[in-house]
Design a protein around this ligand. Structure first.
Ligand SMILES: [Zn+2]
Length: 70
């Protein structure tokens, strides 16, 4: 597992623990989901960034590395 998915925060190389699913209605169709990965430390940072723009749709635990490729 040396290619474990990493946090999406700038400069952070911690292993991802959370997935933040988001959608920008101005450029994405309503059913489109973009995914950011986050470590425990950056989940609130990334989450509030998206939430402030009303982009955040859901936050789910990053449980399965097999899901990381989508
Ligand atoms: Zn991080």
């Amino acid at each position: 597992m040396d290619l474990a998915p990493q946090c999406s925060a700038k400069g952070c190389r911690a292993a991802a623990v959370w997935r933040l699913h988001w959608n920008n209605p101005k450029i994405h169709t309503p059913d489109r989901r973009k995914t950011w990965l986050a470590c425990d430390q950056h989940r609130p940072t990334l989450g509030s960034f998206l939430d402030a723009r009303r982009f955040l749709r859901e936050v789910v635990p990053f449980a399965s590395p097999d899901d990381a490729t989508n």
